[in-house]
Design a protein around this ligand. Structure first.
Ligand code: DWN
Ligand code: SAH
Ligand code: ZN
Length: 406
């Protein structure tokens, strides 16, 4: 159990306990149920540097392996977004002579495939072998390793320093963030940038996205906590901007201390977080009260629907679906199955709650009365695709920021 901050060794105060939970992407075959392990899922905030972090550690090898089920290219919205991010970096930080980019957690190559197509030197670092293989098939260079100071040194020795180190939804997944930051310091060129975009604490706390809390997310970054972390490891936070994925994230740009003038957005966002008291004890405690109310409202709604003899099907089986079903105690008696477009999840069970995952075709066979939208962050894409469901009288249930039926 962690009571010391992983960034600064300050005291971490726990503010929310979501119970014992499995690893959120550990989709199981029915015969694997007996072997499932659980961990206490609780989060706290550091008194010193305001970093919100998980209390208990799940070993990286338990979470990221050949069976890691998340495929980043599974949504059209995400594919378009990362194509744009790649083009943007190619036109700016990667526009010099023989540039080199390293991506931490490249997954199935959703971003680097565009860098590879442009003929630019790159390397993905991706420990989950099956998704790494998908990236390789797109022409992406990948090493199947966990990024840390040791791998960073090996990459520098083999390829030279990197102009850009990039990570999306991965930096907050690395508990040994001290080793990661030292690795970045080792690998980056003197004028290079470390760019990462990660779930935003503001979205989790103020946007009530409590299902973003699961074992993979060791940190819930804010501009305040990233600013402090950057300084501790010899960097400046030189830019921070809101981005849309996963309900709202922030894209941070770090450069070696004193090498770049921070953009005004950094100071604005820092001030704004202070005014909103984003990481203050009363804000975090209020969040806990809200989460318990959402749980009660959602379970009451699902029981009422069941008692009326109506059907509910889950839509999407994101990692978030493990948190909400396990925390609320939702099993097959309330949600008989969920549909998900990821082949690696189909035919398996949602971790912990053991709700079967089926292909999207099962959704319309026949349509249920209600669809519980676990993949709420993809609402626009999914609702556009499933217009016939609503036209036939079906209704969508959401629970972020609160329980709502449309
Ligand atoms: O941080 C993380 C991010 C990058 O991805 C990881 N820890 C795990 C994962 O988070 P997630 O599982 O919450 O990601 P998504 O993108 O919210 O997952 C959406 C799920 O919904 C996928 O399993 C695909 C599925 N889906 C679907 O069935 N039909 C998605 C769309 C758009 C659809 O039309
Ligand atoms: N970048 C993609 C995928 C994020 S999922 C996106 O934004 O959609 C997180 C990925 O990080 C997984 O593929 C996981 O295997 C990888 N990962 C976890 N720990 C890592 C580490 N220490 N170094 C590199 N990649 C890691
Ligand atoms: Zn701290």
């Amino acid at each position: 159990m962690y009571t010391r901050c992983r960034v600064c060794a300050g005291k971490v105060r726990e503010f929310l306990d979501l119970g014992n939970q499995p690893t959120a992407n550990g989709f199981l075959l029915p015969e694997e149920v007996d072997r499932e392990r659980t961990f206490r899922l609780a989060v706290g905030v550091c008194d010193e540097c305001a970093m919100v972090q998980s209390i208990e550690d799940v070993a990286p090898g338990v979470r990221y392996h050949s069976g890691y089920a998340y495929h980043a290219s599974g949504s059209a919205g995400h594919r378009q977004y990362f194509a744009r991010q790649a083009q943007r970096m190619l036109a700016t930080e990667l526009a010099g002579r023989s540039p080199f980019i390293v991506e931490i957690g490249c997954n199935d190559g959703v971003l680097l495939e565009h860098v590879a197509a442009a003929g630019v030197r790159h390397l993905g670092v991706e420990p989950s072998t099956a998704v790494a293989e998908l990236a390789r098939r797109k022409g992406v260079q990948v090493v199947t390793e966990f990024f840390d100071e040791r791998t960073a040194a090996a990459i520098r020795a083999g390829h030279g320093p990197a102009d850009v180190i990039f990570g999306a939804n991965t930096v907050c997944h690395i508990a040994r963030i001290d080793s990661l930051m030292r690795g970045v310091a080792e690998l980056l060129t003197p004028g290079g940038v470390f760019i990462f975009e990660e779930p935003y604490l503001g979205t989790v706390i103020e946007g009530r996205a409590f299902d973003q809390i699961y074992d993979e997310h060791d940190f819930y970054f804010s501009v305040t906590s990233v600013h402090a972390m950057a300084q501790r490891f010899g960097f400046d936070l030189v830019d921070a901007e809101h981005t849309p994925l996963h309900g709202g994230e922030i894209r941070y740009t770090l450069a070696r201390a004193g090498t770049r003038t921070p953009r005004p957005a950094v100071a604005h966002l820092l001030r704004d977080e202070q005014v909103r008291r984003l990481s203050a004890p009363e804000t975090l405690d209020r969040f806990g009260t809200h989460v318990r109310r959402v749980r009660d409202d959602l379970v009451t709604l699902l029981r009422d629907i069941r008692d009326r003899g109506e059907r509910v099907v889950g839509y999407g089986a994101p990692g978030k679906c493990s948190t909400v079903t396990n925390y609320c105690g939702i099993g097959t008696e309330l949600v008989p199955f969920v549909c998900d477009s990821t082949p690696a999840k189909q035919g398996r069970l949602v971790p912990g709650s053991h709700i079967p995952v089926r292909a999207p075709e099962a959704f319309a066979d026949p349509y249920p009365d209600y669809a519980l939208l676990f993949a709420w962050n993809h609402a626009d894409e999914i609702m556009a695709k499933e217009q016939r469901f609503q036209q036939s009288g079906g209704r969508w249930i959401r629970y972020v920021p609160e329980v709502r039926v449309d």
